[in-house]
Design a protein around this ligand. Structure first.
Ligand SMILES: Cc1cc2nc3c(=O)[nH]c(=O)nc-3n(C[C@H](O)[C@H](O)[C@H](O)COP(=O)(O)OP(=O)(O)OC[C@H]3O[C@@H](n4cnc5c(N)ncnc54)[C@H](O)[C@@H]3O)c2cc1C
Length: 534
């Protein structure tokens, strides 16, 4: 099965992905968790038993919403409210597993058109009801848990009915996609035209087009296809003041590019109802290969060489010594001898046969000259076919009493290794101070001529209060990122979790610029209050 025929996964509030293919913890991993002293926590509370607060949605607002959308498209049912509670960070999951749905919206609405969204925003503005645009619900930064204070109620605006491929312009190679279209469905529909978006984040089975645009997502093939914000050439946005349509041409010199103001705005400036994206032909050939470098430093030098001087494969990622060792199928081996196996690089090539062969030959020559050993295409193919399975392991790890979470950042090449060391030490130090050792793994999966992102995965034994445990570790990581002058997020976004750090990163004048934009499109401030900016 390839990414072009993966099924779209129904969303369970705290279990990842397709429920027909749940994750299982390999025996060795379970042993490693026991070695860490992890103790399985109490069983998760069933969705039906999760505790939701009484709804505060004014009756008039509920009636008007039902009239505008049809009563069948507005619900205050318990399970629907739980399903739209927060996102998919580990703290989000831990809270729901414990039955805490205190951030549940009062109601969920399902608009079927751009006009429906405008109507919802008009009604909510009049009744001072906060609106949370809800796409795939995979935010890991608190992007779906707005600040409730000062509002008469909160609704989740679920975009799943906006699920069409509207049009394809085969000459310009663009397609118009509605915002609620799930990524897997977008690929399937585009494949019928022989086209692909090429956007494959690890959340591919769950996330949606609107969420990618709103949170500036980056997929695993970003070296070849670019980030999602590179793909977007046009947007239609519903705001409380009306419609904004952006992108009359691919590039323009007519003033600032306002598309970039909407991309990454995380629902604070409006609801994206459709995007026009650049698409490419489905590749004729795909080859994935694994390599091994003696050290992270040598791997970084090789990635930088390709990013700066070319040629670039479509997928290019480097795991550090720990991540290479903690092939999660056998983490106990890694615990015994971390760092003994060098660092793995994955290269993936997609395109026409001749182009793939030429790029692959050039990269091979470069890598061999830089001290790499090929591990062959079988290992590369194994990575490709297993690449969406990683998140499925989080559920059984949590069941086993492990704390497992990720975070990411980005900086310039000259600062990259210093940043990696600082963040690793900050997280390890915080966990050790709290009395539990942890594994901190890192990889680079998005490269640019001037720098690269760092993605950290942390595994430790859950303490009695795992929420406080992770909050301390994350605070230490954020402080290290700040101290190194790196960005608080490369692709997860801001949400509520990174809002304060973003404000420090931008400074007060730039934050005021964002506030001014919000005030101009959303005078009552009903859109995602507290998300992105305070
Ligand atoms: C297991 C896992 C793996 C992940 N892997 C990756 C990865 O590889 N790369 C990556 O970039 N991210 C990744 N993420 C993070 C997440 O998938 C991305 O941020 C994604 O872009 C969110 O898409 P979504 O459709 O789920 O949006 P949601 O989570 O529903 O929404 C994200 C934010 O955007 C707002 N929003 C949603 N839709 C709209 C809209 N139409 N208009 C305006 N605002 C809107 C929401 O209110 C929210 O603030 C991962 C998350 C998980 C849980």
């Amino acid at each position: 099965m390839t990414e072009y025929d993966l099924p779209s996964a129904a969303r369970h509030p705290y279990t990842w992905g397709n429920l027909d293919t749940p994750g299982h913890l390999p025996e060795a991993a379970a042993g490693a968790m026991a070695a860490l002293g992890a103790v399985p926590p109490p069983a998760s509370v069933a969705v039906a038993d999760a505790r939701v607060p009484d709804s505060t949605l004014p009756v008039e607002a509920a009636d008007e919403l039902a009239k505008a959308l049809g009563a069948e498209h507005v619900t205050s049912a318990h399970d629907a409210r739980v399903e739209h509670t927060r996102g998919f960070s580990t703290p989000d999951l831990l809270k729901l597993r414990a039955g805490d749905a205190s951030d549940a919206p009062d109601a969920v609405v399902f608009p079927g058109s751009h006009e429906d969204v405008l109507a919802v925003l008009e009604i909510c503005t009049r009744h001072r009801v906060a609106v949370v645009p809800f796409a795939g619900g995979t935010s890991v930064v608190g992007g779906l848990a707005p600040v409730r204070a000062g509002f008469a109620g909160v609704i989740a605006l679920d975009l799943r009915r906006l699920d069409r491929l509207v049009s394809v312009d085969e000459v310009s190679r663009t397609a118009v996609l509605q915002a609620g279209l799930r990524a897997v469905d977008a690929e399937r529909l585009l494949a019928e035209h022989g086209l692909t978006l090429g956007h494959f984040p690890q959340s591919f089975e769950m996330a949606s087009i609107g969420g990618f645009a709103a949170a500036r997502s980056a997929g695993q093939a970003s070296a070849g296809y670019g980030r999602f914000d590179d793909m977007v050439v046009g947007l239609t946005v519903a705001t409380p003041r009306g419609t904004v349509t952006l992108g009359t041409a691919p590039k323009s010199a007519a003033g600032p590019d306002l598309r970039q103001l909407v991309l990454g705005s995380e629902g604070a400036f409006g609801v994206i109802t459709s995007v026009t994206v650049r698409v490419r032909p489905v590749p004729a050939v795909r080859v994935f290969e694994a390599w091994n470098f003696p050290s992270f430093t040598e791997g970084v030098a090789a990635l930088r060489a390709l990013a700066q001087d070319g040629p670039l494969p479509t997928v290019l990622r480097l795991s550090d010594e720990m991540e290479t060792a903690v092939n999660l199928s056998d983490p106990s081996a890694a615990l015994a001898a971390p760092g003994s196996g060098g660092c793995q690089v994955i290269t993936g090539y997609e395109g026409g046969e001749a182009a793939v062969a030429a790029t692959r030959a050039a990269v091979t020559e470069r890598f061999l000259a830089l001290g790499a050993r090929s591990q062959g295409t079988e290992a590369g193919e194994k990575w490709r076919t297993g690449r969406f399975r990683g998140p499925y392991l989080r559920d059984p790890l949590l069941d086993a009493g492990a704390l497992v979470e990720t975070l990411e950042t980005v900086t310039f090449w000259s600062n990259l290794e210093q940043l990696k060391t600082a963040v690793t030490e900050a997280i390890s130090g915080s966990l050790a101070e709290q009395g539990t050792p942890g594994l901190v793994m890192c990889h680079i999966s998005h490269v640019y001529e001037t720098g690269a992102s760092l993605y950290f995965t942390v595994v430790a034994k859950q303490l009695d209060d795992p929420l406080a445990q992770w909050a301390k570790a994350k605070e230490a990581a954020n402080a290290a990122i700040r101290a190194c002058g790196a960005a608080i997020s490369h692709h997860h976004g801001v949400g509520t979790d990174h809002r304060e750090t973003l404000a420090l990163e931008l400074g007060p004048i730039a934050v005021d610029m964002l506030r001014a934009v919000k005030a101009s499109v959303d005078p009552a401030g009903v859109l995602n209050p507290g998300i992105l900016i305070g």
